[in-house]
Design a protein around this ligand. Structure first.
Ligand SMILES: [Zn+2]
Length: 117
């Protein structure tokens, strides 16, 4: 657990000495989410983009966040769509079945009537 934390810290020190970016690795993660959401102003977005360009560590976080989001989005779409679709299909199917059943019943009744005549 402690080795993970020190690893992140080491990365932060490397990147903070390397770049002339205004954005720090401590602040960048806070801006990654709103950046993905498109909630940042053009200047802030440009800062985030520049930092992601310079910093592998934050770039990785950014890509992880993107992957996570697209996965979540896919899943919610995957689960929501079929439920709606199923309900609609089942509803229209039932209506159609009822209609066909009634038509068949009527046809049988008609046949029986014509036979009786
Ligand atoms: Zn960074």
């Amino acid at each position: 657990m402690s080795s993970h934390a020190s690893g992140g810290n080491r990365l932060w020190q490397i990147t903070s000495t390397r770049g002339g970016s205004k954005l720090s690795c401590q602040r960048a993660p806070e801006l990654i989410e709103p950046y993905i959401d498109g909630e940042l102003g053009p200047l802030q977005a440009a800062e985030v983009e520049r930092h992601l360009d310079e910093c592998d560590y934050c770039n990785l976080r950014y890509r992880n966040q993107l992957t996570l989001r697209s996965t979540l989005k896919d899943e919610s779409l995957y689960y929501r769509a079929p439920q709606d679709l199923q309900k609609r299909i089942r509803g229209s199917l039932r209506k159609e079945m009822n209609f066909m059943q009634r038509a068949v019943n009527r046809k049988d009744a008609d046949d029986a009537e014509t036979k009786q005549r």
